[in-house]
Design a protein around this ligand. Structure first.
Ligand code: ASP
Length: 424
């Protein structure tokens, strides 16, 4: 009991790291002692339980936070001129971040550094999922070019919500529902909006509980993966290159992309922008939460970058909800990495689905530490990559989370500064 109490006072990311190391040790010891079956029967199921919990919460989380995000735009009438522009620019910056992640992941291919012979092992253990995915890919080939519309528009929302791979359909329904709610006079929709506010708080609490189970889940998943890898250690060099790829991509966004945007589209000098953002980035870096950083971002943008309150108080809260450039860029690299490690070749149409899902689901990602795990599990499932692959990257995720959160808040502030110029 005392041990559990002591353990829970350690920060979660340290617990996850300890979990990862413990999992590796357990896996290696089991290999030595011929305990493969023991791990498969008694340890791996706990890891799968963690993945199931992440998948369980994905649909309610995305649905509720999307509806909440869209109905929160009711202030659009107040700032109608910038409402559309804000969303448009946010989506463009997210797309740039995703394409950068895609390019870096495809060029560097960190997951390919793994000993190819070992991948055969892995493919065997995930054969069923990979096979299913191949069938789906073949079926799609036989359909016409507009077949994707069927993947987006459901004919039955209840049926769509029972299948995690139909996430795009749930997203479509949530956006449609949100827009219709905005269109109905507010005195009629008030109860629904406050219901969604409460539901959102409850779902976030559930996410919190699930993430606090991560250290145990990661231990079990990692032990299972070590067994599947047969003790191969080339995964560690691949993991290091993966982390460096994510860091390089995020730094490109921070040091080149945003200063360039500021230089081209605002009156503020890039040097001043970078200097002013430094404390905000540091706050985001230490808290790993763009939502918790919001008050600091607001103050900085207003006091140092000269954005009036009526613009910042609309653009920034919307940005925290729907704009996550760092997270989107990282997710793309993470998905490619996991697919490469598991020896899954993604087709062009799957890459397109990954881009679309990442743009849309970044809207549903909560701005909390590790908020993207649920979304990542969801996107992986929907393109047929085994979500267990998450175990590979969660152990070293915290530093990457810190950096991507800094990018997320910098992106929000950059767009806010640009919109201010457009207004004048
Ligand atoms: N921690 C990130 C944020 O708050 C979300 C994530 O990428 O997990 O912006």
């Amino acid at each position: 009991m005392a041990l559990i109490k002591k353990l829970s006072s350690i920060p979660l990311y340290v617990q996850i790291l300890i979990g990862m190391i413990a999992g590796i040790i357990i896996g290696l010891v089991a290999l030595q002692l011929d305990g493969t079956l023991f791990i498969k029967h008694w340890v791996q199921p706990w890891g799968q339980l963690f993945i199931r919990l992440l998948q369980l919460i994905a649909i309610p989380l995305v649905f509720i936070s999307l509806v909440k995000g869209i109905t929160g735009l009711k202030d659009i009438s107040k700032v109608s001129k910038i409402g559309g522009k804000t969303i448009g620019i946010y989506i463009i910056t997210t797309l740039v971040a995703i394409l950068l992640g895609l390019a870096m992941g495809l060029i560097i291919q960190p997951g390919k550094l793994i000993d190819r012979n070992e991948v055969v092992h892995l493919q065997k253990s995930y054969q069923e999922t990979v096979q299913e995915k191949k069938q789906v890919a073949e079926q799609t080939k036989e359909q016409g070019p507009l077949a994707f519309l069927n993947d987006i528009v459901p004919n039955n929302i209840i049926a769509a919500s029972t299948d995690n791979s139909k996430m795009l359909q749930v997203i479509f329904f949530a956006i449609f529902f949100g827009i219709a709610t905005l269109a109905v006079p507010s005195q009629h929709t008030k109860p629904v909006i406050s219901l969604f506010d409460s539901l959102n708080d409850i779902i976030l609490k559930m996410v919190d509980y699930i993430i606090s189970f991560a250290p145990w889940g990661v231990t079990a998943l990692m032990a299972g993966l070590i067994i599947d890898f047969g003790g191969n250690t080339s995964i560690f060099s691949a993991l290091a290159v993966y982390a460096l790829t994510v860091i390089a991509a995020l730094l490109i966004l921070l040091l080149f992309f945003y200063p360039l945007l500021i230089h081209l589209f605002s009156k503020v000098s890039p040097g001043k922008f970078i200097r002013s953002m430094y404390p905000v980035q540091l706050f985001a870096f230490t808290t790993s939460s763009s939502a918790a950083t919001l008050p600091v971002t607001l103050k900085t943008v207003e006091n140092k970058l000269g954005v009036p309150e009526d613009i910042s108080s609309f653009v920034l809260p919307v940005g925290v909800t729907i704009n996550m450039d760092g997270t989107s860029c990282y997710q793309t690299i993470a998905i490619l990495f996991i697919a490469q490690v598991l020896g899954i070749n993604l087709s062009f149409s799957q890459l397109v689905v990954i881009v679309a899902m990442t743009v849309l689901s970044s809207i549903g990602t909560p701005g909390i530490p590790g908020g993207s795990y649920v979304i990542l599990a969801m996107v992986l499932t929907s393109v047929g990559i085994p979500a267990e692959g998450l175990a590979l990257i969660l152990g070293i995720d915290r530093p990457l989370d810190m950096l991507r959160t800094s990018v997320n808040v910098t992106g929000d502030a950059a767009v806010c500064t640009i919109l201010n110029r457009q207004q004048n």
